[in-house]
Design a protein around this ligand. Structure first.
Ligand code: FAD
Length: 469
């Protein structure tokens, strides 16, 4: 009997899927960067079943790859091609355990799809402030394991900042139960933090208690033409000040990205009469019925236009117009896919340095890859820009992209790091960024990561080959 046979024998049969037609979708990552192999996909419905599976894997030394919605941008949830690993899908562990409106907290199982939790909070008159483009398919366990960012980080923080409590199965099958939805619980090491952003390498998250917020009573969404890229920092500072720190999203869209999108999706329209080089999608929200948000944003725009920082713009008159503006930001990745995909650089620098980064990085691409089509957009209010490059017209993307990654991408990462920034702002390490962690990671930090991994997962069964070598 092989070790995998022994694990499968120890797990209830109705949790095991081996049908290749069914398992295929668990074996390729969202970006089709890699396709792995696995004899079976295991789909537990309870935390006790997760414990049973992990304990069996630990006993027989079989590696396990936890998987949520499989929307990782760095192939973090895909098994290797060896066929020696099993996939653990959390999709059936999807109950909402409690929503305590007075405590502003929601306790839910790891396999809950993010939009389902957003709707549950909304039904209770509250807001789950985590929000990202993959909301209809990513799961809360995956969001926490990647410490997801998204479009509301400016006001509410990353996924990590929203966690009150956590339940997880550790690599030896032991249950970690620190799920209480408490805002104060100062009792030694905050061990749950280790599993947040660990990309499934230190255990399986089974449930979480999240912070909720008050629902906004007013939302103002504006799509603005900005005078030049250097205006970004000043506009953000003014927007924060005049709205009383109520800016929830401050997203940059370059005209290159917008044009790619409009060409790929013929039914979409440019929201402004005159195209320009740089746009910002700004959204402000307040939960106070007394705060004059519209007046504040109107004054903000008047001042910015008077000073020439903003030269044109449109305000969404209602929910449908707001959605239409957001489509122009959130569907850019699809336009890149329609053009053969992009080489993605998910980098961050301080907001002060962001305009300089965008200018200098654009110059690097112009110099080393003439014709490479820039697609620059992202959560610039957080200093995070998706600095993406699409193959030149007429070039073969399958040849261009590996060439660019080898010859030009290191120059862009060098630039971000030299400017005090990060080579991986929000998507995580997975397998795609292991080399970058080797190159740019602080040696002491990487050593600590290895030590933590060795201490918690001495047999190396949790998502091997991801995050730490
Ligand atoms: C259209 C689109 C837009 C996106 N926008 C953003 C964005 O704005 N910000 C952002 O940060 N990301 C974004 N992403 C990337 C992705 O959606 C996030 O990383 C998301 O948090 C992954 O969740 P998931 O459930 O799909 O996890 P998966 O892809 O299934 O897994 C991701 C990692 O978490 C681990 N994991 C999953 N569930 C568990 C669990 N229960 N316990 C332990 N480990 C687990 C996996 O092993 C893997 O390492 C986007 C992706 C797409 C496709």
């Amino acid at each position: 009997m092989t070790p995998i046979d022994s694990v499968l024998a120890a797990v209830p049969a109705d949790l095991i899927t081996t049908d290749r037609d069914v398992t295929a979708r668990y074996l390729t990552d969202f970006r089709k960067y890699m396709t792995g192999a696995a004899r079976a996909v295991l789909r537990p419905r309870t935390t006790a079943e997760v414990q049973r599976i992990v304990a069996a894997c630990a006993a027989h030394g079989v590696p396990l790859v936890p998987q949520g919605g499989n929307t990782s941008y760095c192939a973090a949830a895909t098994p290797s091609a060896t066929g020696n690993e099993l996939v653990l899908s959390l999709e059936r562990l999807n109950a909402i355990r409690a929503l305590d409106a007075a405590n502003l907290s929601l306790t839910a199982e790891a396999g809950c799809v993010l939009s389902v939790l957003q709707d549950a909070a909304d039904d209770a008159g509250l807001l789950l402030p985590l929000d990202l483009g993959s909301r209809q398919s990513c799961q809360i366990g995956g969001n926490l394991s990647t410490n997801a960012g998204g479009v509301s980080v400016l006001k509410y923080g990353m996924a990590r900042d929203l966690v009150l409590g956590l339940e997880a199965v550790l690599p030896d099958g032991q249950l970690l139960d620190v799920l209480q939805p408490l805002r104060k619980n100062n009792t030694g090491y905050d061990v749950k933090q280790l599993l947040l952003g660990a990309e499934g390498t230190l255990g399986v998250i089974t449930a979480v208690s999240l912070k909720l917020a008050l629902k906004s009573v007013a939302t103002v969404t504006a799509f603005l033409t900005i005078a030049d890229i250097d205006a970004l920092t000043a506009i953000l500072a003014r927007a924060r000040a005049l709205t009383g720190e109520n800016v929830t999203s401050f997203e940059y869209v370059s005209d290159h990205s917008l044009q790619l999108l409009l060409a790929a999706k013929g039914h979409l329209r440019h929201p402004l009469s005159e195209p320009a080089a740089h746009y910002v999608l700004l959204e402000a929200q307040t939960s106070s019925p007394l705060f004059p948000l519209e007046a504040a944003v109107t004054q903000l725009l008047e001042e910015l236009m008077e000073e020439g920082l903003v030269t044109d713009g449109t305000l969404a008159a209602g929910g449908a117009q707001r959605d239409a503006l957001w489509v122009l930001r959130e569907h850019i990745p699809e336009a890149e896919v329609a053009n053969g995909g992009s080489v993605k650089h998910d980098v961050s620098v301080t907001t002060t340095r962001l305009p300089a980064f965008i200018r200098e990085a654009s110059a690097v691409v112009a110099r080393f890859s003439e014709g490479g089509r820039l697609s620059i957009y992202g959560h610039v209010g957080d200093g995070n820009v998706h600095f993406n490059v699409v193959a030149p017209l007429g070039a073969e993307p399958a040849r261009y992209k590996p060439w660019f990654e080898r010859e030009v991408s290191p120059r862009l990462y060098d630039l971000a790091v030299a400017m005090g920034g990060s080579f991986g702002a929000e998507y995580g390490i997975g397998v795609v960024k292991l080399d970058l962690l080797d190159r740019y990671g602080d040696p002491a930090k990487v050593a600590m990561m290895r030590a933590v991994k060795a201490a918690l997962d001495p047999k190396g069964i949790m998502n091997p080959g991801k995050v730490v070598r």
